[in-house]
Design a protein around this ligand. Structure first.
Ligand SMILES: C[S@@+](CC[C@H](N)C(=O)[O-])C[C@H]1O[C@@H](n2cnc3c(N)ncnc32)[C@H](O)[C@@H]1O
Length: 811
C-alpha cells in the first residue's frame, strides 16, 4: 500500500462509527486544518462535541458548518437537540423548524420538535408533531411511545393505550412502553392492569427504577404499603440520587405513620447533598406535626428551615415548637408554667434553666419568625415576659448580659408578630403603663435610654405607637435591639409613608364592606415575616399544563388580579410563580395593602401594583361608576386569585360574578371558600363567643382565648386550639370574631359554577386527599366531579378544614 494515502474524512468517519470519539475528532480537525470551513468535518465534529456533552461547542461548530452550506437539515436538527439539552426549548423549536423546512419528511426533526413543544407545555402542537412523526416512521416503537405519552397528557387515555400497544406489538420487550401503559391504566383507576404492565417492564429489566417507583405508587394507593416500601427501597438502592425516589419513600413511610423513619431518611439525604428537593421533603416530613423525638439533626435542619426559610415559617411553627420543647430546660419550665396557671411562672422556676432557655437558638429563631402555636410554650413565655418586666422596672442600672438581651428582644418580636395576644393581668398592664411613661420621658430628654425599658415595653405594645418613636432609629443599638426597632418602628413607618401611594380604584360604600374594612384596618391579616421560597417562575402552559385541553396562546405577559390581597402573603407567592406576571392587588384595607407593598418592595418585586377597591364594585355597574375616574376601568385578567375573601362579602355570589366578569375567556381563577361542614367546630366556638358577649378588642380576644382554654375539656373548643389561627390576634379575630362570614357547601358551589358557565378544574389540596378520593371513586378520572366530592366530604368531614381551595376556568 506504499504511497496510498487514507482519506482523513473517511478515516474519521470510520473511527467515529467505532466509537473512538477523540481519535475521530483529531482526524476531523486535521481536515479543518487544511480547509477551515469544511462543512462536513465541522458538522461531524459538532456531533462528537454533543456526544461528549459539550453542547455549546457542538452548537458553535454546527453553526459554522451551516455558514458553509445553509441547507443541512441534520445540522439544524443537531443544534435543536443541543439547545434542548441546555434547557432552551423555544430556540430549539426554531432550529427544528429550519430542519423541517429543508426536509419536510425528516421524521427525527418532527419528533424532536414535538418533544421541545411538550416541554414548553404546548401539548396540542406536540401531539400534532408526534402524529406526523409516526405517519413518517410507522415502525418506530419509540415514536409510538412518544405519541402515546402526548395522547395521555391531553387526556386521550384510551388512544394512548392503543399507541403503547402498537409499540409493544413492534417490540414486545420494550420496558418504557409497558411502564407508560401501566401509568395510563393507573390514571384510569385500573390498578391491577397497571401492576401487570409494571411487572412486564420489570421482567425485562429488574433495574428499571421508574417501573419500581410506579409500582410502589399503585401499591400505596391500594394500601399495600409493605410491597410499596420494598419496591422503593430497591429503587433507592439502585439510584440514590434519582429525583423523586426519596419523596416517594417518605410519603409511603408517612402513610404508615413512620414519621421518625421518614425523617431519618431525609436527614441522611440532606447530610449527603442539600438539594431543594431534600429541603422540601424535610418540610413535608415535619408537616404540621408535633415531633416526639429527634432522630438526630432535626433541630439543626429546622433552624435553617425557619430562618432561610424552606417554607412559610408559620407552616413550621408546630414542629419547631415541639423540637424546642425537647430541650429539657424548656420542657420543665413549660410544665411548671402550665401547672401554675393562671398564676405565672416564678423566677425560682427558672433557676438552673434560664441559660439553657435563652441560649436555645431554635427557640429564638421561632420567636422571630412565626407565632408560637403551642399553649404550654405560650404560658411559659407569658410568665418569662412578666419576669423580665419586673427586672426592667427595677431600673436602668440592672445589668444585662448579651445572651439574655438577645433572647428578650426575640420575645418582644414574638409578641409583635402575634399582635400581643399573650394574656396580661391588669397589674401587669399598669406596670407597663408606668414604664412606658418613664421611657417616653427618657426619649424626650435625649439622655441615654435604658435598653431594658425599651425591650420590656416592646413586649407589650408596638414601639411605633410611642410618640417620637422615629428618633429611636437615630441612636446606636446592639444588633438585636436594632432588629427589634426595625420591626416595630422602621417597617411600620415605611408602611405609613406608603399610604399616599395607593390609589383608590372603586368606591367603598357597602355597609358590610365598610365593617369588614374596619376589621382589617385594625387587624391586617396575617402578620407574616418571611415568604415561602420561590420556585423558578413558570409560563401559564407549564403551570396549568395538565388542565389545558386546547393550546392557549401564551401571552407575552400574564395579567393577574389578586382580589382581597390582605397583607400579601399569597400575593407575593403568586407574583413569583408566573413568568412575565403583572399583578394588580386590591383590598378594602389600606393598612393591609401597605404591609403587602412594603414586603413586596423588600423582596424586589416590581411587578405588582396596588389599589383600594371593593370586589363588589368590580362588576359591570362598578365599571360604569368608575369610568374615567382613574379607577380599574375595563381591565381584564388571565388569572384571578380570590383566596379567603368572597365569603366575607355581603353577597359572595355577586362578588364572585363581578370577578368572573374581569376574567378573560379561557382564564383561570383560584378560589378559597369556607366549608360549612369543616367549620362546624369553629361554629360551636363562635356560638360560645356570641353567647358570652365578647367584643373584638384585643383585651376581649385575650380573655376569650383564656376562657376557651379553661373550658378545654369541651371537644369542640379543643379542636379550635389546634388551628394555628388561635395563636395570633388578627387570625384569631378572623376565625372567631369576624363581622361577616359565609360558609358554603359543595352543592351550592357546583350550582353556581353551572349557572356561570365555568369549568371546575380541581382542588388545591394535599396529594393524599386526592389519592384517597381516587380510591373511593376510581370512575372519576380527573377527580373533578363535585357531586362525588360532596359524598367524599360527608364521609370525611374535616377534608376542607382549611378551606375549599380550587381552580376554575372560564369557558
Ligand atoms: C382573610 S383575609 C385574606 C387575605 C389573603 N387573601 C390571604 O389569603 O392571606 C381577607 C381579605 O379580604 C379583604 N376583603 C374582604 N372583603 C373584600 C371586598 N369586598 N373587596 C376587597 N377586599 C375584601 C379584607 O380586607 C382582607 O384583607
Amino acid at each position: 500500500m506504499a504511497g496510498s494515502s487514507v482519506d482523513p474524512l473517511q478515516e474519521a468517519a470510520r473511527l467515529h462509527r467505532e466509537g473512538a470519539l477523540a481519535e475521530a475528532a483529531g482526524r476531523y480537525r486535521q481536515v479543518l486544518h487544511g480547509e477551515p470551513d469544511h462543512a462536513q468535518a465541522l458538522y461531524h465534529l459538532a456531533v462528537i462535541s454533543c456526544q461528549q456533552g459539550q453542547f455549546r461547542d457542538g452548537i458553535d461548530l454546527a453553526r459554522r458548518s451551516l455558514m458553509g452550506d445553509a441547507h443541512q437539515p441534520r445540522a439544524h436538527n443537531l443544534i435543536g437537540m443541543a439547545l434542548g439539552r441546555l434547557s432552551r426549548p423555544e430556540e430549539a423549536v426554531a432550529c427544528f423548524d429550519a430542519a423541517i423546512a429543508d426536509q419536510p419528511d425528516f421524521a427525527d426533526a418532527h419528533g424532536n420538535r414535538a418533544a421541545a413543544l411538550m416541554e414548553l407545555g404546548r401539548l396540542a402542537d406536540a401531539l400534532a408533531g408526534y402524529e406526523r412523526t409516526v405517519a413518517l416512521a410507522p415502525h418506530s416503537a419509540g415514536d409510538l411511545l412518544n405519541l402515546g405519552t402526548a395522547l395521555h397528557r391531553v387526556g386521550r387515555h384510551e388512544d394512548a393505550i392503543a399507541s403503547f400497544d402498537r409499540a409493544l406489538a413492534l417490540h414486545a420487550g420494550f420496558p418504557e412502553a409497558h411502564l407508560n401503559r401501566g401509568n395510563v391504566a393507573a390514571h384510569l383507576g385500573r390498578y391491577e392492569e397497571a401492576l401487570a404492565s409494571y411487572d412486564r417492564a420489570l421482567a425485562v429489566n429488574r433495574r428499571f427504577t421508574d417501573a419500581l417507583r410506579a409500582r410502589a405508587g399503585v401499591l400505596l394507593l391500594l394500601g399495600r404499603i409493605e410491597g410499596a416500601l420494598a419496591n422503593l427501597e430497591e429503587a433507592l438502592a439502585l439510584a440514590p440520587d434519582q429525583p423523586g425516589v426519596l419523596g416517594q419513600l417518605v410519603d409511603t413511610l408517612l402513610a404508615r405513620g413512620e414519621t421518625v423513619r421518614a425523617l431519618s431518611a431525609v436527614l441522611q439525604a440532606l447530610a449527603a447533598k442539600e438539594t431543594s428537593e431534600a429541603k422540601a421533603l424535610f418540610v413535608r416530613c415535619v408537616g404540621n406535626r408535633s415531633l416526639a423525638s429527634d432522630p438526630g439533626g432535626t433541630r439543626a435542619a429546622m433552624l435553617r428551615a425557619l430562618s432561610e426559610p424552606w417554607d412559610r415559617p408559620t407552616s413550621l411553627a408546630v414542629p419547631a415548637a415541639s423540637l424546642v420543647k425537647l430541650n429539657p430546660a424548656v420542657k420543665d419550665a413549660c410544665a411548671r408554667a402550665v401547672h401554675a396557671w393562671p398564676r405565672r411562672l416564678a423566677l425560682e422556676d427558672l433557676t438552673g434553666r434560664l441559660t439553657a432557655i435563652v441560649d436555645d437558638r431554635l427557640l429564638a429563631v421561632l420567636l422571630e419568625s412565626a407565632p408560637v402555636c403551642d399553649v404550654a410554650l405560650e404560658r411559659c413565655l407569658t410568665g418569662m415576659r412578666l419576669i423580665f418586666l419586673s427586672v426592667a422596672r427595677e431600673g436602668p442600672a440592672t445589668p444585662t448580659e448579651d445572651g439574655l438581651l438577645r433572647f428578650w428582644c426575640a420575645l418582644a418580636r414574638q409578641c409583635f408578630i402575634n399582635e400581643y395576644i399573650f394574656d396580661a393581668t391588669s397589674d401587669e398592664l399598669e406596670d407597663v403603663r408606668r414604664l412606658r411613661e418613664r421611657l417616653l420621658r427618657a426619649i424626650a430628654s435625649a439622655a441615654p435610654i435604658p435598653v431594658l425599658w425599651l425591650v420590656a415595653v416592646a413586649a407589650y405594645l408596638p414601639l411605633h405607637s410611642l410618640p417620637g418613636a422615629e428618633a429611636l432609629l437615630d441612636r446606636p443599638w446592639s444588633p438585636a435591639v436594632a432588629a427589634l426597632l426595625a420591626q416595630q418602628v422602621r417597617e411600620p413607618l415605611e408602611e405609613r409613608r406608603l399610604r399616599d401611594s395607593i390609589p383608590q380604584l372603586t368606591t367603598i360604600a357597602d355597609d358590610v364592606s365598610l365593617e369588614v374594612k374596619q376589621q382589617y384596618e385594625e387587624n391586617p391579616y396575617p402578620r407574616w415575616v418571611r415568604p415561602a421560597p420561590a420556585d423558578e417562575p413558570r409560563t401559564m402552559a407549564q403551570y396549568f399544563g395538565g388542565w389545558l385541553n386546547a393550546e392557549p396562546d401564551e401571552p407575552s405577559r400574564v395579567d393577574i388580579l389578586v382580589a382581597g390581597c390582605g397583607t400579601g402573603q399569597n400575593l407575593v407567592e403568586t407574583a413569583r410563580q408566573f413568568k412575565a406576571a403583572q399583578v394588580l392587588a386590591v383590598d378594602l384595607s389600606l393598612t393591609s395593602i401597605c404591609y403587602a407593598k412594603r414586603q413586596a418592595l423588600a423582596l424586589g418585586l416590581t411587578n405588582i401594583s396596588f389599589g383600594l377597591a371593593d370586589i363588589g364594585e368590580l362588576g359591570e355597574s362598578g365599571r360604569r361608576d368608575q369610568a374615567g375616574a382613574g379607577g380599574v376601568g375595563r381591565a381584564t385578567f388571565d388569572i384571578v386569585d380570590a383566596s379567603g375573601v368572597l365569603h366575607h362579602m355581603a353577597d359572595p355570589w355577586s362578588g364572585w360574578r363581578a370577578l368572573l366578569s374581569r376574567l378573560r375567556p379561557g382564564g383561570f381563577m383560584r378560589v378559597g371558600l369556607y366549608s360549612k361542614l369543616a367549620r362546624r367546630h369553629i361554629n360551636a366556638v363562635r356560638a360560645f363567643v356570641a353567647a358570652r358577649g365578647y367584643g373584638s378588642t384585643l383585651e376581649d380576644i385575650r380573655r376569650c382565648r383564656q376562657d376557651i382554654l379553661a373550658s378545654a375539656q369541651d371537644e369542640d373548643a379543643r379542636k379550635v386550639v389546634q388551628y394555628l389561627d388561635f395563636f395570633s390576634a388578627s387570625e384569631c379575630r378572623d376565625m372567631l370574631f369576624h363581622v361577616q362570614e359565609w360558609q358554603m357547601s359543595l352543592p351550592e358551589i357546583a350550582r353556581f359554577l353551572g349557572e356561570s358557565n365555568v369549568e371546575f378544574l380541581g382542588f388545591v389540596t394535599d396529594a393524599k386527599v386526592i389519592h384517597k378520593f381516587k380510591i373511593r371513586f376510581p370512575q372519576d378520572e380527573t377527580a373533578g366531579d363535585l357531586a362525588l366530592w360532596n359524598v367524599f366530604e360527608n364521609e370525611n368531614p374535616d377534608t376542607f378544614a382549611g378551606m375549599y381551595q380550587f381552580w376554575i376556568r372560564k369557558a
